[in-house]
Design a protein around this ligand. Structure first.
Ligand SMILES: Cc1ncc(COP(=O)(O)O)c(C=O)c1O
Length: 411
């Protein structure tokens, strides 16, 4: 009973009034396609109101009538340290913490400071396309090590990882939890990454932006927590953005025990005159989110988990050739359409023009992404239902029209 009342209070089931919204996820896509009826399951934002306590704190900032450069007081550091210790049992020191305006901004800055042009930077695919972009724009060499699927679950290929490291490899970009495949890497998997990288002098930059979105009954292990060596050899990038629906606030957190990495990061901040750490709104919202919103997070992930169950049931009934992953974290489902004989470009066009649904298409995410789409589950059930109905109808019409023979998955 209590749960129902809370869920209603957080309003996850109530569609947003979009009349005053202007988002990349919805309004940009509607404009891009010239179609106001598009439903979007793309960009990793939620179609939910941010936590009420965060919204109240932001209203408090406005009511104060002053929006000057913000100072980070002890209460903010306490909120970050408390979040890590309470949720994941990782004890970090306030001195390890720095700030930025976004996770990828920090990734680019660290690549710039800790490697030189021509150095190799490794990451595991399929992964959010900005991993490749950030390495390429920095003039470094992207080296990809594809994840492998074992009994339907994505795993790291440690043999391939060892083989991929050369004398030029200086950094590994880890995605934990992993976007798009939804793995929350285990202690053992992370320990192996740490050992391989430390042995070969490869610094680990761990993007943990999704760590507040863990499915009920699952766990998250911060990379830096797996051993003293992992802590010394890594930089953790984090933001309350994804977990608390604050992506428009542009505020993020950088954590490293290693003083040399901190110094390198500070140089980058100064180079960009970013040492003041982003907006007052981002800072205030992050403090409240990390300290006071555990109840919101757990209700959110129950709602997302129910959407996942609905998705799986719908797919097995109406699109049986599609397989859906079982994410341990994030609000992103990863659907495999490769049993349909349809090219990635055709699939995208079918989804956008016929189904009128925006998805994130896997072919943009490197090796292993093609044939897949990422579907954002952080939306009202009613929106998910109509999106899935549209997808199923468009696929059926396409199959009928093209009379395409479909690969039987049992063959
Ligand atoms: C894996 C990953 N890291 C980082 C980001 C960027 O996060 P932010 O804009 O909050 O810094 C994204 C955004 O989609 C992401 O998917």
């Amino acid at each position: 009973m209590g749960v129902d009342i809370e869920k209603k209070a957080f309003g996850f089931d109530e569609p947003l009034d979009r009349s005053r919204l202007n988002t990349v996820k919805w309004e940009f896509e509607r404009e891009r396609l010239g179609d106001d009826g598009i439903l979007s399951f793309g960009t990793a934002d939620m179609d939910f109101r941010s936590p009420p306590k965060v919204l109240a704190a932001l209203q408090g900032v406005v009511a104060s009538g002053h929006l000057g450069y913000p100072h980070k007081s002890a209460s903010y550091y306490d909120a970050i340290v408390g979040f890590y210790s309470r949720r994941f049992g990782w004890r970090i020191a306030p001195e390890w913490i720095r700030f930025d305006v976004g996770v990828y901004a920090s990734m680019g800055a660290l690549i710039d400071q800790l490697t030189v042009p021509g150095d190799e930077v490794i990451y595991q695919t399929p992964v959010h396309k900005v991993f490749r972009e950030v390495v390429e724009y920095a003039g470094r060499v992207p080296v990809t090590v594809p994840l492998v699927q074992v009994s339907g679950q994505y795993q790291m290929d440690f043999t391939a990882l060892r083989r991929a490291i050369t004398d030029k490899t200086k950094m590994l970009l880890l995605c934990n939890p992993h976007n798009p495949v939804g793995r929350s890497w285990t202690h053992d998997e992370l320990r192996q990454v740490s050992e391989i990288c430390s042995e070969r002098g490869v610094i680990v930059v761990s993007d943990e932006v999704y760590c507040g979105l863990i499915f009920p009954g699952k766990t998250f292990v911060p990379f830096g927590s797996v051993s003293p060596e992992a802590s010394r050899n890594s930089i953790t990038l984090f933001s309350a953005s994804k977990s608390f629906n604050l992506t428009g606030l542009k505020h993020s957190i950088v954590i490293t025990e290693n003083p040399a990495f901190r110094a390198a990061f500070e140089r980058a901040l100064k180079k960009g005159d970013l040492q003041y750490g982003g907006s007052v709104f981002g800072q205030v919202a992050s403090e409240v989110a990390l300290r006071d919103c555990d109840d919101w997070s757990s209700e959110l992930m129950k709602y997302v988990a129910e959407n996942l169950v609905y998705l799986k049931e719908f797919v097995s009934a109406s699109m049986p050739l599609v397989t859906v992953n079982s994410p341990e974290a994030t609000y992103l489902a990863w659907l495999d359409f490769s049993n349909y004989k349809i090219s990635p470009e055709q699939l995208q066009s079918l989804m956008e023009q016929e189904a009128r649904v925006i998805l994130t298409h896997g072919y943009t995410m490197g090796e292993g992404g093609s044939g897949h789409v990422r579907l954002n589950l952080a939306t009202q059930r009613v929106v998910l239902e109509s999106g899935l109905r549209r997808i199923a109808q468009a696929l059926q019409a396409w199959q009928h029209n093209s009379r395409t023979s479909v690969v039987n998955p049992d063959n």
